[in-house]
Each structure stands twice: as structure tokens, then as C-alpha cells.
Ligand binder design. Sequence first.
Ligand code: CU
Length: 99
Amino acid sequence: MASLCLGVILPAAGAEPAEVVVEKMQFVPQVLRIKPGMTVTWVNREKRSNHSILFEQENLESDRFFPGETYQRAFDKPGIYPYRCGPHPEMLGVIEVAE
Ligand SMILES: [Cu+2]
């Protein structure tokens, strides 16, 4: 393990859950890298827009969540998990789960 990717900011160990802010019709960060077993929280910080988190590959979609509300999902298996917003297909994000 001599060469870690120093350009990637990993959440500190034990600092679960990791967070994606949903604001101005975007997921921030758009790509979030986490370790297996971590839980991601999406936080809606819009003024009035509601969104969902849709994992098309898995046919899994959250309920719509509104400003001030959150959605959480735990990721146990390493992999690349692309997602988009259900009602706004142009809103794209990726969760990378890797050791
Ligand atoms: Cu949306």
C-alpha cells in the first residue's frame, strides 16, 4: 500500500456516514468514494425542489425527499454505483465503494 491516491479525499475512519449534498440541481460531490460498510446520506439543501436517488442498474429508487430531508443507503460491497435523480435524469452521481 505504498501509493494511495492522495488526490481523493476519503472520509475519516469512523466518520460515517459520508454525505452528498443535493443543491442547485446537482449532487456534490458528484463522485464520492467510500469504504465498504459505510452509509451515504444525501441531504436536500434546495429551496423547494424535491429529488430521488435512482440506481437504474439495481432498479432501486428512493422516495422523493424534500428540502431539509435526507435519504440514506449503506454500501457493503465494493463496486461502482452510478445513480441519477428520478424526476431529473440530467442529475448524475456516482458512489465508488473500494477498500
Ligand atoms: Cu432531482
